[in-house]
Design a protein around this ligand. Sequence first.
Ligand code: ZN
Length: 296
Amino acid sequence: MGNHSNEFSSFAETISSLGTLTKLESAVSTAIKTSRVPPKETRKLLKCMNIQEAGNTALFQFMRDLFSKVGVGELEIVRNDIFRFDFAIENSPVCKLYPHVKGKKTCYITAESLSQFFSKDLGLPGTVEEIACCNAGDKRCEFAVSLQPLAVYQLALDDVDKSIIESIMDGKNSKQMADAFDMSEDEALFRMNVLKRYKILSDSYELTEIGETYHKYGEGMGSTEEDFQAPWKDMARISGAISAATSFAEAFTETADEEPLWDVKEKDIVNLAEEAKKSKSFAELLSKQVKSDMEE
Ligand SMILES: [Zn+2]
């Protein structure tokens, strides 16, 4: 096979990938717009002690459905530290959009979707990095979500937690707290363990330096919190909106998809990429990749 035919098939695939990426991008932006999660649900996820608990939350199950509907694959939660969540995707459909890439991570769109979901739908800004990728030779794709600690503290601890911090400063034990807050001693202990995990309390349940700082400056944090219906109560509406956005994007890319392969010219690809560059960030990344492929 000559050089030319190799490039040729790569260009044809690029056009099809560009169309798929445009559809994915529309699906993602629609999914994010329709999926704001009430703070009390996000708090449940933040208070999980391990990945099994986190995986069982309504929020994570919704998130897995949402990302699967959008088309980036099946999310699995593989790490939950207080400021960091890692997700894995086996057989990522996004990886398959880059059949010629070897030794490079490619799933920007998945990383960006996670970043948008955490910041816009959960109110937890942070950064997302793809730390392993099938296209880079790894077993599966993995994404590390690093959250802004202040935002996490604001959301994770509620008014009862704040009262518990005060009781601990007053030297009360878990039994006295349970009585004072009308909860079981188990719940009081559970809450104290969450505070321990967040470094507010030491191993011996004493207030740490972080705890003191939080108590001093954390007053008023998240005191007036919004409450609204969880997005998973209306999954049909979200699915409908995602399908509509995808069909709409499809109509726009139909021309490119239907282009017979033998009519595809290098110049056209570059023009298409140039056009896409003006408005589509993921398409832009793809177009850069096309150019670097051409230079090789
Ligand atoms: Zn990947």
